[in-house]
Design a protein around this ligand. Structure first.
Ligand SMILES: CC(C)(COP(=O)(O)OP(=O)(O)OC[C@H]1O[C@@H](n2cnc3c(N)ncnc32)[C@H](O)[C@@H]1OP(=O)(O)O)[C@@H](O)C(=O)NCCC(=O)NCCS
Length: 156
């Protein structure tokens, strides 16, 4: 990652940029729909300050607190398989013009460090079956595929 890029926890003033980034991401993922209101509501809940949630942003120098060019989120889940905390990693996305500079890898490394401090022993995430570039990215960052399939049921 270039020296000009920094990682920090997101603030409510980043919300517009984060909603924009999630728009990019959900456009790629067949199972999710772009809905700015929902994405804002979800982010606001993530930002409420709970110790077991993290919203990270990558910024480059620009107006005010810098220009947000990437993001990733993590939440702690308790895994009975692990016998303790694991992290659910989501919302990993970097703006197209900032890709290929190590920002995605740096976001995951920062999440890993956060998880280790909380005693987490595993990172887990879901990736769209058709998103081959993301599979290559996660492989390069040390993730391996599992035998699990994701099932879901939407509640009324
Ligand atoms: C996937 C994504 C987050 C990667 O971010 P990035 O900042 O470009 O990734 P990095 O530059 O940190 O790359 C880290 C490693 O992954 C590899 N990688 C990244 N993108 C890759 C691609 N498209 N194809 C193959 N390998 C790739 C890099 O080569 C690098 O490996 P290296 O360090 O061994 O050279 C970014 O491309 C993106 O936002 N894509 C669209 C959203 C998305 O698919 N998110 C994942 C949702 S599950």
């Amino acid at each position: 990652m270039t020296a000009a890029c920094t990682l920090r926890e997101a603030r409510t003033t980043d919300l517009d940029a984060l909603v924009d980034l999630l728009g990019l991401l959900f456009t790629l993922e067949a199972d999710f729909a772009v809905d700015a209101r929902r994405q804002r509501d979800g982010l606001l809940q993530m930002l409420e300050g709970a110790k077991n949630r993290l919203v990270l942003v990558a910024t480059i120098p620009g107006e005010g607190a810098g220009v947000v060019v990437g993001m990733a989120t993590a939440q702690v889940v308790i895994s009975t398989a692990e016998g303790g905390p694991a992290l659910l990693v989501e919302d990993v996305v970097v703006r197209p013009e900032s890709r290929g500079q190590g920002i995605g890898r740096a976001l995951l490394a920062r999440i890993e460090a956060w998880g280790l401090r909380l005693g987490a022993t595993r990172l887990q995430l879901l990736a769209d079956k058709g998103n081959a570039p993301s599979h290559a990215f996660y492989r390069a960052c040390g993730f391996t595929p599992t035998n699990l399939v994701c099932l879901r049921r939407t509640l009324p």
